[in-house]
Design a protein around this ligand. Sequence first.
Ligand code: ATR
Length: 280
Amino acid sequence: MDVYGLVGNPVEHSLSPPMHEAGFEALGLDARYVTFEPADAAAAIRGAAALGVAGLNVTVPFKRDALAAVEPDELAARVGAVNTVDFSTDPPSGHNTDVAGVARALSHHGVDPAGTAAVVVGAGGAARAAAFALAGSADSLHVANRTERRAEALAADVREAGAERESAGESGAGTGVTAGGLDTLVDRVPAADLLVNATSVGMESDETPVPAAHLHADLAVLDAVYAPLDTRLLRDARAAGATTVDGAWMLLYQGVEAFERWTGEDAPVDAMNAALRREL
Ligand code: ATR
């Protein structure tokens, strides 16, 4: 039996175990997915390697700490966060599937970030994943956050990664990246094609980080919040005629991407999605 798991704190209410176990079951794989709340994530990852654990996800507050215990791939190193560890190599490799989670959630809904004016609200872990997912393909990216200094720091990291891509001769380094406080949304959102809420505003509450008056029909809106699934932002966006994508799609696709890396199989997306939405 292969053992997979999630390292974080708290992880008690995580939706990853039912989602991954539904995937294992659908493919007939002899595997289990369990949760761990260690005090020290790097020590836990080293211990898991010694125990023969096959793969781990890493969540809040350990995504940065995990870098110390793995060989990060280029994306995880650029983002500065690891959410997936693969133990098939020694040392184990570290990946960031949150970035692909954003890209695949959008793609599933026919939203192509290429050439868009994109706005990410927030500057925490979810915002980092969204910003790195959009950088390189969006024409422009604006990061707006309550604490403006954090938005500027994230924008600087994304710009630096773009410069690295450019010097490596890779395409897609041309995204113009700007940052500001939440007061910049009034100008940015009406001119945007794509909006991602990566703040916690709307979680277990009926608040929205973006006033409804700024939303419009030519906008696609992804809300990283998934509890509730239908946030006030998404309801306002739908009322404005915008395309909407709920946060469970991001959660699903970061898991799908990890599942595929671990098992080498195409993930049974429908089974994993059904299990996730049953829990929500
Ligand atoms: P995560 O890693 O899950 O993204 P985080 O690092 O705690 O979590 O980030 C939470 C984000 O939500 C931040 O961008 C935070 O803004 P600050 O950087 O100013 O703290 C944002 N956020 C949380 N509560 C908010 C509120 N009431 N209004 C506006 N933004 C809020």
